[in-house]
Design a protein. Structure first.
Length: 118
């Protein structure tokens, strides 16, 4: 599986932004996909995730719950992260990632930078 993230940019606090992640290479059945973020000097942190063939259950970090929405388009093989009411502390490089069911996150796309100004 290869992942290509896009959609980052510079926005003001309170604005919205949508990230996209195009997946290719093989079927995504039995894969979980998600978003992580990382700022300089900090460890990469989980933001949101779902199972590609799952029932629709999603998981979010507490810091983004009720503001971010993860979704997928199975026909386009794309993953999205709708980010609303952005805060300066959301500034980070955002990465899409994948893992085979039961395994750890081990497929990473390149990051897309999100900068939120106050």
């Amino acid at each position: 599986v290869q992942l290509q993230a896009s959609g980052g940019g510079l926005v003001q606090a309170g604005a919205s932004l949508r990230l996209s992640c195009a997946a290719s290479g093989r079927t995504l059945s039995n894969y979980g996909l998600g978003w992580f973020r990382q700022t300089s000097g900090k460890e990469r942190e989980f933001v949101a995730g779902l199972m590609w063939n799952g029932s629709g259950r999603t998981n979010y970090a507490d810091s983004v719950k009720d503001r971010f929405i993860i979704s997928k388009d199975k026909y386009k093989n794309e993953l999205y992260l709708q980010m609303n009411n952005l805060k300066p502390e959301d500034t980070a490089n955002y990465y899409c990632a994948a893992h085979f069911r039961g395994q750890s996150w081990n497929v990473w796309g390149q990051g897309t930078l999100v900068t939120v100004s106050s």
